[in-house]
Design a protein. Structure first.
Length: 84
Protein backbone atom coordinates (compact mmCIF):
# COMPACT_ATOMS: atom_id res chain seq x y z
CA UNK A 1 0.00 0.00 0.00
CA UNK A 2 1.12 3.52 -0.79
CA UNK A 3 -0.99 6.57 -0.04
CA UNK A 4 -3.83 4.20 1.02
CA UNK A 5 -3.84 2.58 -2.40
CA UNK A 6 -3.02 -1.04 -3.24
CA UNK A 7 0.04 -1.39 -5.47
CA UNK A 8 0.90 -4.08 -8.00
CA UNK A 9 4.60 -4.97 -8.36
CA UNK A 10 6.03 -6.50 -11.53
CA UNK A 11 9.46 -8.13 -11.85
CA UNK A 12 10.32 -8.03 -15.54
CA UNK A 13 13.81 -9.25 -16.24
CA UNK A 14 16.21 -7.25 -14.10
CA UNK A 15 13.73 -4.41 -13.42
CA UNK A 16 10.87 -3.95 -10.97
CA UNK A 17 7.88 -1.77 -11.83
CA UNK A 18 4.90 -0.64 -9.77
CA UNK A 19 1.42 0.59 -10.68
CA UNK A 20 -1.86 1.03 -8.89
CA UNK A 21 -3.46 -2.38 -8.40
CA UNK A 22 -7.04 -1.42 -9.26
CA UNK A 23 -7.99 -1.14 -12.90
CA UNK A 24 -9.37 2.38 -13.55
CA UNK A 25 -12.01 0.92 -15.90
CA UNK A 26 -13.48 -1.51 -13.37
CA UNK A 27 -12.86 -2.56 -9.83
CA UNK A 28 -10.56 -5.48 -10.67
CA UNK A 29 -7.19 -6.30 -9.13
CA UNK A 30 -4.44 -6.23 -11.74
CA UNK A 31 -2.38 -8.55 -9.52
CA UNK A 32 -4.77 -11.26 -10.71
CA UNK A 33 -4.19 -10.35 -14.36
CA UNK A 34 -2.11 -11.98 -17.07
CA UNK A 35 1.32 -10.59 -18.00
CA UNK A 36 2.83 -10.95 -21.45
CA UNK A 37 5.98 -9.08 -22.43
CA UNK A 38 5.49 -5.67 -20.83
CA UNK A 39 1.67 -5.67 -20.78
CA UNK A 40 -0.76 -6.46 -17.96
CA UNK A 41 -4.22 -7.68 -18.90
CA UNK A 42 -7.10 -6.83 -16.58
CA UNK A 43 -8.77 -10.07 -15.41
CA UNK A 44 -12.23 -8.47 -15.53
CA UNK A 45 -12.49 -7.13 -19.08
CA UNK A 46 -9.14 -7.97 -20.75
CA UNK A 47 -8.06 -4.36 -21.21
CA UNK A 48 -4.30 -4.00 -21.66
CA UNK A 49 -1.87 -1.59 -19.99
CA UNK A 50 1.83 -0.97 -20.60
CA UNK A 51 3.52 -1.83 -17.28
CA UNK A 52 6.41 0.62 -17.82
CA UNK A 53 4.28 3.68 -18.63
CA UNK A 54 0.78 2.85 -17.37
CA UNK A 55 -0.65 3.76 -20.79
CA UNK A 56 -3.71 1.85 -22.05
CA UNK A 57 -2.88 -0.45 -24.96
CA UNK A 58 -6.18 -2.11 -25.74
CA UNK A 59 -9.89 -1.50 -25.38
CA UNK A 60 -11.96 -0.98 -23.38
CA UNK A 61 -9.47 0.90 -21.16
CA UNK A 62 -8.76 4.57 -21.85
CA UNK A 63 -7.33 5.88 -18.56
CA UNK A 64 -3.65 5.61 -17.58
CA UNK A 65 -2.59 3.59 -14.55
CA UNK A 66 -0.85 5.49 -11.79
CA UNK A 67 2.83 4.49 -11.85
CA UNK A 68 5.29 4.61 -8.98
CA UNK A 69 9.04 5.14 -8.96
CA UNK A 70 10.79 1.98 -7.79
CA UNK A 71 14.13 1.57 -6.07
CA UNK A 72 15.45 -1.81 -4.96
CA UNK A 73 18.14 -1.81 -2.28
CA UNK A 74 19.45 -5.09 -0.80
CA UNK A 75 16.26 -6.90 -1.83
CA UNK A 76 13.91 -4.29 -0.30
CA UNK A 77 11.55 -2.49 -2.70
CA UNK A 78 10.98 1.22 -2.09
CA UNK A 79 8.19 3.15 -3.83
CA UNK A 80 7.54 6.80 -4.43
CA UNK A 81 4.72 8.47 -6.32
CA UNK A 82 6.03 9.35 -9.77
CA UNK A 83 5.68 12.82 -11.22
CA UNK A 84 5.05 16.22 -9.62
Amino acid sequence: MLDNEAVCLYALGERVYATQDRCPHGNASLSEGYIEDCLIECPLHQGLFDIETGKPKGPPVTTDLKCYEVKVNDGTVYLRTAGP
